[in-house]
Ligand binder design. Structure first.
Ligand code: F3S
Length: 281
């Protein structure tokens, strides 16, 4: 049986970098280690890090209760206020914000300081968007639906700067930008969408199309893994969604000549390798 693993399976560059930084800090073990929010939505990884003494904190209040230690900011980034709170408490700050997200912080900080109103296209409840919002100095609006874009009004004497959440869908972003452009404001649009998700989906679709069976590895609650599963299932009827090797019934694959493997953005490499090894037996 031929087995193909997608090159884009698993961690994107920003998540890999953040997870590596946490392991690095845990290895050094100089005092308490905290991550501001779970570093990744993967139970196995979070469990493993907990066993190594890494604690997750989730609120400003918890942050204010810390006396010492290292706080790691995850790839989503945080607002300026949170960053300054960590620094003001004299805690050791390790910033693992993805450089693509950091770039958005710099854009909105610069443009809002120059007086522009900021529009963030994305989900207002998402931690990445909360963080971006926290780097704006003046007017800021978060939009994610056509209706919200249609209802949007701004001070017409000011410039408007539009940015996007990194994981926002490109076509939707384009639609919302069109709606806002028609309002006649003086706008600059910066497409800050990261293509890691799209590349992973495109490759999964191609491999699934060419395979007799497809295995998609990822957490139960991972929405990007679910999306990958749907894409693959559309192309290949025999698509299996598993969390770990334990969920895989290899007998299902025996009659197949070509099997593909992909994984969601928060699936660690060792889980992918275990599945690969099992398929190659
Ligand atoms: Fe990942 Fe950074 Fe893109 S965290 S999805 S590489 S913005």
């Amino acid at each position: 049986m031929k087995v193909r693993v997608a090159e884009t399976a698993g961690f994107c560059f920003g998540v890999k970098r953040a997870v590596d930084k946490v392991y690095e800090q845990a290895e050094k073990a100089e005092g308490f280690i905290y991550t501001y929010g779970p570093i990744i939505h993967n139970e196995e990884v979070v469990k493993d890090l907990t066993a190594r003494g890494v604690k997750v904190i989730g609120s400003k209040e918890e942050l204010d209760g810390l006396e010492s230690g290292t706080v790691i900011i995850r790839s989503h980034g945080v607002s300026r206020e949170i960053q300054e709170r960590i620094e003001a408490r004299g805690l050791n700050l390790v910033d693992a914000t993805c450089p693509f997200v950091k770039k958005i912080h710099k854009i909105v900080e610069r443009e809002s300081r120059k007086g522009a109103g900021i529009v963030i296209i994305g989900d207002a409840m998402h931690p990445e968007v909360e963080g971006i919002r926290g780097w704006c100095q003046g007017d800021v609006t978060v939009l994610q639906t056509e209706e919200e874009a249609r209802n949007f009004t701004a001070d017409s004497t000011k410039k408007l700067c539009l940015v996007s959440q990194t994981t926002f869908n490109y076509n939707k972003f384009h639609n919302l930008v069109e709606i806002i452009s028609e309002k006649g404001y003086d706008i600059i649009v910066l497409n800050t969408i990261c293509n890691a998700t799209e590349e992973r989906q495109t490759e999964a679709r191609r491999i699934a199309r060419e395979s007799d069976g497809m295995i998609v590895i990822g957490g139960r609650h991972s929405s990007n893994t679910r999306k990958l599963f749907e894409i693959c299932k559309n192309e290949c009827e025999n698509t299996y969604y598993i969390q770990t090797l334990d969920d895989l019934d290899v007998r299902q694959l025996h009659s197949m000549s070509c099997v593909g493997i992909t994984a969601g953005a928060s699936t660690p490499n060792n889980l992918i390798e275990e599945v690969l090894k099992e398929c190659q037996k």
